[in-house]
Design a protein around this ligand. Structure first.
Ligand SMILES: [Zn+2]
Length: 358
């Protein structure tokens, strides 16, 4: 199967986790930033590719360098544009990219200017490739400015910024510390997705959904702590797991990222296959393309080969993402009906033809 050419949808990707290495070097040079741990493409690429670094904290450290060079409107716009170009080249037809407007204020940039720069970059990539791109504004769990982030995001609701997210260290920083921001976001009409159940327990997922009102969960894989599962199925469900499945809460799963943060020891021990086959609304995501040296093509291929998923399964996973998206519904529906389903059906029928003829 040529995974790259298949149309894919991406709900969970961080703008500052997917910057091109060449661009980081370029911008650092132009801005006089001297803090990079290496000054050539290969050396810096190696440094960012931390692989199985062993902790979420270590993984997050790499962001200090990408954020450091994202301090002007032009830099942010360029990175947003290149993100769209790179994703389109990877076969992604729809993506919601998240970023923290507060992270780019070091040199006097406002949150609003950062948001506009991202949306301008996305619009340019859309014009060039046709990829459908939306932005999600993230606030950090361990910071106290989540309401300010939401207030900055609200005016851009109909201009391509569709949702609010909570990211950052999970343990010790409960999502409901940000209840006011979540409520403000929902009442204004922003979608709500929250990183939960990546490093912390299944109850952290329930807190994000029941208390904060998230309809999607970033990662959410620790829901399996409430189950007994193997590579193919879940045999027993705890009550939280059953409700996450039955309420069709979308889980934005990122297998490679989970391996890098040691959430699971190996792909075969990852619960993605069991969650998918047991009826959870799972999707596949890159999370941080730079730090995990991963593309959505890689992630689809890893899931397909590890859990024996065929074109019909990958089509379903892609449709799950488009159905759970926060962007324009007629557009998502068009992608499902006219792009995604026909492409995977054609791969399926050509595979059937090959197996008949052999
Ligand atoms: Zn994430």
């Amino acid at each position: 199967m040529d995974y790259r050419s298949l149309p894919k949808a991406l709900l969970h990707d961080h703008l500052d986790g997917g910057v091109r290495v060449e661009t980081i070097l370029d911008l650092a040079d132009a801005q006089g930033y001297t803090g990079l741990p290496a000054v050539d493409v290969d050396g810096l690429g190696e440094w960012f590719n931390q692989g199985r670094s062993g902790s979420l904290e270590r993984y997050l450290e790499a962001f200090t360098h990408t954020v450091a060079v994202m301090s002007s409107e032009a830099a942010i716009q360029r990175i947003a544009y290149e993100t769209g170009i790179d994703l389109a080249a990877d076969g992604v037809v729809y993506a919601e990219i998240r970023f923290g407007p507060s992270l780019h204020m070091i040199h006097g940039l406002t949150r609003e200017a950062a948001i506009e720069a991202v949306l301008d970059g996305f619009a340019a990539a859309h014009r060039e490739t046709g990829i459908v791109l939306y932005a999600i504004a993230s606030a950090l769990r361990h910071e106290t400015d989540s309401e300010e982030v939401v207030r900055a995001a609200i005016p851009y609701l109909d201009r391509g910024l569709v949702a609010f997210d909570l990211a950052g260290p999970e343990a010790g920083f409960p999502a409901d510390d940000h209840l006011a921001a979540c409520r403000l976001a929902r009442e204004a009409g922003l979608g709500l997705t929250i990183h939960a159940g990546e490093a912390d327990s299944a109850s952290s997922i329930w807190r994000a959904v029941a208390r904060c009102g998230a309809t999607r969960v970033g990662h959410g894989v620790r829901i399996v702590d409430e189950t007994d599962f193997d590579r193919t199925a879940i045999s027993t469900f705890g009550p939280l797991a059953r409700r996450i499945r039955d309420h069709r809460v979308c889980l934005e799963v990122a297998i490679t990222s989970n391996l890098d943060t040691s959430a699971f020891p190996s792909a075969t021990e990852h619960p993605f296959g069991a969650l998918y086959r047991s009826g959870f609304a799972v999707t596949l995501n890159t999370d941080n393309r730079l730090m995990s040296r991963v593309s959505l093509t890689d992630e689809y291929e890893l899931a397909a080969t590890t859990f024996d998923l065929g074109p019909a399964d990958l089509a379903q996973i892609t449709v799950n993402a488009l159905q759970a998206g926060f962007g324009d519904w007629p557009e998502r529906r068009r992608l499902i009906d006219e792009v995604v389903r026909p492409a995977y059906a054609s791969v399926e029928s050509s595979q059937a033809a090959i197996s008949e003829s052999t």
